[in-house]
Write a protein that binds this ligand. Structure first.
Ligand code: 13P
Length: 274
């Protein structure tokens, strides 16, 4: 089944698909093992930074082969890309989905750039995500005046032809300072305007009940990255406090297991499994 069909299915069920960023073989394994154990599809995400770290062919090979060995249904997505050349390389590598992120531009330029990428991706028949409004990056703070304006949504989706829309409704990338708050009224308004699959970025650190409220009101794709990086490194630090084992093949599986458990929890939240 194509990713857009799965997104359509979960949207109709008022559920969401988890999209988890991975950084190496180990984080990929943890994520994929969780998906396999619960028998739920998952989106594996690569940022340009992770692609540059692993190398495109290596990263794709990990994302394709780990799910085969773990017997899981996964899709591969390019996250937060502003480089059209890299978008094309990922399309040629068979990615199921790509994000063009021109959210730091004004709406006219955002439309122009996004439309160009939609056109480029047309013949590949993949999911294309763009961001309207601005979801703060880890070093930025939340600013209400950068939330997605419902009034812009119709024009943006119609003029670009995207299939998925990342919206700014109060989430942010990285760690939250206080309790995250999402603007559910705004989300409901946006959902009424478009059938594009609405994407919540910055889901790390958002409590389960708030995530579920967002999903019940129209979020179809939930992105998690920081929780994986944070947990992987914390687990390694904890393990090494009481161990001087130099055999990383004994150490890494313990951290993989922690990632698996955390991702299982997230899959249960977004799939409305109790
Ligand atoms: P977090 O790093 O806050 O989980 O955000 C992930 C994300 O939105 C990736 O696109």
């Amino acid at each position: 089944m194509k990713l857009t069909e799965v997104l359509n299915q979960v949207q109709n069920q008022n559920k969401a698909l988890l999209a988890a960023n991975f950084y190496n073989l180990e984080t990929c394994k943890g994520i994929v093992k969780a998906s396999s154990k619960l028998n739920q599809p998952i989106i594996l995400q690569l940022t340009p930074g992770s692609i540059s770290y692993m190398g495109l062919k290596t990263a794709v090979s990990i994302a394709r082969n780990v799910p085969i060995e773990e017997n899981a249904l996964t899709y591969l997505h390019l996250d937060h890309c502003n480089d059209i050349v890299l978008v094309k390389s990922c399309l040629d590598e068979g990615f199921d989905s790509i994000m063009i992120d021109a959210s730091d531009k004004n709406i006219d330029d955002n439309i122009l750039i996004t439309r160009q990428v939609v056109k480029l991706a047309e013949s590949y028949k993949v999911n294309v995500e763009a961001e309207l409004g601005y979801v703060p990056k880890p070093n930025n703070e939340i600013e209400n005046d950068k939330f997605t304006e419902p009034a812009d949504v119709k024009r943006f989706t119609e003029e670009t032809g995207i299939t998925s829309l990342a919206i700014a409704i109060g989430s942010k990338h990285g760690f939250y300072k206080g309790e995250p708050k999402l603007d559910i009224v705004r989300l409901k308004e946006i959902r009424k305007i478009t059938n594009a699959y609405l994407v919540l970025h910055g889901a790390s650190g958002i409590p389960a009940d708030i995530l579920r409220e967002a999903i019940s009101n129209g979020i179809t794709k939930v992105n998690v990255a920081t929780d994986t990086k944070d947990l992987f490194m914390k687990s390694l630090k904890d393990i090494m406090k009481n161990s001087d084992d130099i055999d990383l093949r004994n150490v890494f599986p313990l951290a993989i297991n922690e990632i698996q458990k955390m991702i299982e929890q997230k899959i249960k939240i977004v799939s409305m499994i109790d």
